[in-house]
Design a protein around this ligand. Structure first.
Ligand SMILES: Nc1ncnc2c1ncn2[C@@H]1O[C@H](COP(=O)(O)OP(=O)(O)OP(=O)(O)O)[C@@H](O)[C@H]1O
Length: 228
C-alpha cells in the first residue's frame, strides 16, 4: 500500500436508481479525495445522496459509472471477495442505527469482525475489551445491545468499526439517533478515536456544530461533491 496514495478517492462516480417513475440519477460524476488523516464532514439536504455516496465509498455497493479507489486500488476491478477483504480490513463503517447483532454481547459484536479477518480469538477479545473500555464501557462487555442505552449502543458500533484497525472510517449520521447531549459526547469520542489513530474519515451529519469540528466540509449539489 503506497504512502503517496490517498486512502480514498472517488472519481466520476455515478449512481442511478430505477424507480416506478423512471430512472433517478442520484450521483452524476462525484469526485472526492480523502487524504491520510483528514476528517471530512458531508453535509447536504435530505435525499441528495449522502447515504448513497457512503455506501459506494464503503464498497457496499458498486457504482453505475466512475471508480472508487481505496489506497490506490480500483475497487471496480476486484471480485466480490476482494472487495469484502478490503472492506473488512481497511474500512470501518458506522450507521445511524447501530446495526449490532442483537443476540450477541457487546464484546462479541466487536470480536466477530476480527475473527472474520483471521485474528485469533484471544487477541480479538483483548482488543474488543480495550476498545470498549476506551469508550467507557468497562463492565458492559457482556450486555446484549438491547440492555444498553442508545449512546452505549453507538459506542459499541464505533468500537466494532475500529476493531480491524481500518485506515478509513465512514459514518452515516453516527449520532443522528441520539439526544443532543449524548450525541455531542459520543461524537467527541468518535473524533478523538479517529484523530488518535490517524484515520481518514468521511462523516455525514445534519448538525453544523458537529461539522465545524471536522477539518473541512463538502456537500452534494446536482449529484456532484462540492466544497461546503
Ligand atoms: N434503493 C433505492 N431505490 C430507489 N431509490 C433510492 C434507493 N436508495 C435511495 N434512493 C433515493 O435516492 C435519493 C438519495 O437517497 P440517499 O439515502 O442517498 O439520500 P441522503 O442524502 O442520505 O438522505 P437522508 O439525509 O434523508 O438520509 C433519494 O431520493 C432516495 O429516495
Amino acid at each position: 500500500m503506497s504512502e503517496t496514495e490517498a486512502p480514498l478517492r472517488l472519481a466520476g462516480v455515478e449512481r442511478r436508481y430505477r424507480t416506478e417513475a423512471g430512472e433517478l440519477p442520484v450521483l452524476r460524476g462525484a469526485d472526492l479525495v480523502l487524504a491520510a488523516g483528514e476528517i471530512v464532514a458531508l453535509v447536504a439536504p435530505s435525499g441528495t445522496g449522502k447515504s448513497t455516496l457512503l455506501h459506494l465509498a464503503g464498497l457496499l455497493e458498486r457504482p453505475d459509472g466512475g471508480e472508487v479507489f481505496v489506497a490506490g486500488r480500483a475497487a471496480g476491478t476486484l471480485s466480490d471477495a476482494g472487495r469484502t477483504a478490503i472492506r473488512r480490513g481497511t474500512i470501518g463503517f458506522v450507521y445511524q442505527f447501530h446495526h449490532l447483532l442483537p443476540e450477541f454481547t457487546a464484546e462479541e459484536n466487536v470480536v466477530l469482525p476480527q475473527l472474520a479477518a483471521g485474528v485469533a480469538r484471544g487477541a480479538a477479545r483483548d482488543r474488543a475489551r480495550a476498545l470498549l473500555a476506551g469508550f467507557g464501557l468497562r463492565g458492559r462487555e457482556h450486555h446484549a445491545p438491547g440492555r444498553l442505552s442508545g449512546g452505549e449502543q453507538q459506542r459499541v458500533a464505533i468500537a466494532r468499526a475500529l476493531a480491524n484497525r481500518p485506515r478509513i472510517l465512514l459514518a452515516d449520521e453516527p449520532t443522528g439517533n441520539l439526544d443532543v447531549g449524548t450525541a455531542g459526547l459520543v461524537f467527541e469520542e468518535l473524533l478523538a478515536a479517529v484523530r488518535g489513530q490517524g484515520l481518514a474519515a468521511l462523516i455525514a451529519t445534519h448538525n453544523p456544530e458537529l461539522a465545524a469540528r471536522m477539518d473541512r466540509t463538502v456537500t452534494l449539489r446536482d449529484g456532484r461533491v462540492v466544497e461546503g
